[in-house]
Design a protein around this ligand. Sequence first.
Ligand code: NAP
Ligand code: ZN
Length: 346
Amino acid sequence: MKAHAYAAMSATTPLEPFQVERREVGAHDVLIEIDFCGVCHSDIHQARGEWGNSTFPMVPGHEIVGRVVKRGAKAARFTEKELVGVGCFVDSCRACSSCKKGVEQYCSGHVSFTYNGTEQDKTTPTYGGYSSHIVVDERYVVRVPAELDTKAVAPLLCAGITTYSPLKHWNVGRGQKVAVLGLGGLGHMGVKFAVAFGAEVTVISTSPSKEADAKRLGAHHFLLLSDAQQVAEAAERFDFLLDTVSGPHDLNVALGLLRLDGHMVLVGVPPEAPQVHAFSLIPRRRSLAGSMIGGIKETQEMLDFCAEKGIVADVEVIRLSQINEAYSRMIAGDVRYRFVVDLKGR
Ligand code: NAP
Ligand code: ZN
């Protein structure tokens, strides 16, 4: 079937209307009519070729929430009209140790990313959620709790799981001082989760105007990154620091805020490779690590946790035709805190 979409045709042109031919619904597939799709900074990095791995035409979007409108003969996990979600990948090799452990995002075979990727044949391009419909193998689809605000759930499929997963993996919780660097789409979800897990949370930001928001989101403290005195006073303060920043910044400054044996985890992916001095790590036995989204099982666990705690993203709803303006506003830091495209509101 033909799906109405928006695509980047090159790294230097604005996104424009585009038709995607979605595959026939296979035995294990579901056809999803998309209600909402969040706008992640990864969409901008890739649509603009900032990571150097872009293929065009590209239909971005990996924070997808919609309803099952058709099921394959053997697709039995979901019912017709059920509210479901699709995140950053739509398939994986299913055979490697990562896939077997349920951390398919670290598949050592081939991850089929939701867009700017290929299916398991490594040839057929994938197209993402800035579109009216998508066909996905039900194994890579999660159940969306109906009690949550649908539009505000969409960002959980990437921004949510990307921050939930490392906080869980590094056992962040009560009694710990946690910093979230960068208060954007990922950052604001990181704050909500770290607070929900019982940590004492500090937002570290370049934007003084976000201090009130940080507190409203549950953060206990706010640190302005450009204020050298505040940064100096926070030296060796944190057990754990989650770096969600999308642009160039000095990792050595952030590492200096960790105490003995503290962990700093990168989830933000600025296009430029950072420089880290060994002395930023060695004298306090600090660790620097990275983390990528989360597996299907953990994504479902995160959504169920959000339903239990009433956690969703703070969103501003736009139409698909406003996507280029939304990109400009995100780069200018003018969104509180996630744009979500209403695919039915076109
Ligand atoms: P976003 O909404 O644009 O937020 C990024 C925030 O970073 C901004 O709000 C700003 O926060 C801060 N920032 C931006 N440029 C900066 C600079 N040069 N120096 C210091 N701070 C800066 O982006 P997002 O959607 O949250 O994505 C953040 C990053 O995570 C992107 O690089 C994205 O590609 C990556 N990502 C990674 C994964 C993963 O699996 N690891 C998943 C999704 C996204 P303040 O105003 O508070 O300073
Ligand atoms: Zn994303």
